[in-house]
Write a protein that binds this ligand. Structure first.
Ligand SMILES: [Zn+2]
Ligand SMILES: [Zn+2]
Length: 133
């Protein structure tokens, strides 16, 4: 029986060593400067955002998934739920909040003109893109 037990212990040791090697190999890319890649996978890329609170008007960047359509989000400055993804208006070329209706129409907060966003299916992993030039 002791021979069998020895074999089991040896087998277990091999499996543990093998598993540890795989684990180290698998996690190494993340440790070697892969934290940015992991952040993008987990939280999405950094996107430009703008707060439409007239007393705040904060602009900056935050991580958001492309398919994330849960806007507005709480503004990190004024704490109001007035933070939208921003995009460049095709009319006046100024950044404006991507605050769109169900059809994807955005009214620019700078020039007041409206333009259309292409609303794509979430299944494709694509988000919102401007139809303008
Ligand atoms: Zn704000
Ligand atoms: Zn505009």
């Amino acid at each position: 029986m002791s021979q069998t037990r020895k074999s089991i212990i040896l087998a277990t040791a091999i499996v543990v060593c093998f598993g540890l090697t795989i684990y180290l190999l698998a996690t190494r890319p993340f440790d070697a400067g892969g934290s940015e890649f992991r952040e993008v996978v987990e939280k999405g890329p950094r996107v430009p955002v703008v707060c439409i609170n007239p007393e705040c008007k904060h602009t900056g960047k935050m991580r958001a998934k492309v398919a994330d359509d849960d806007w507005p989000k709480p503004c990190p400055v004024c704490r109001m739920a007035t933070l939208y993804r921003s995009c460049r208006c095709p009319n006046c070329r100024q950044p404006t909040a991507m605050k769109h209706d169900a059809k994807g129409t955005v009214v620019c907060s700078n020039c007041g003109k409206s333009f259309q966003l292409l609303l794509q299916g979430k299944e494709s992993g694509e988000g919102l893109e401007m139809s303008g030039p």
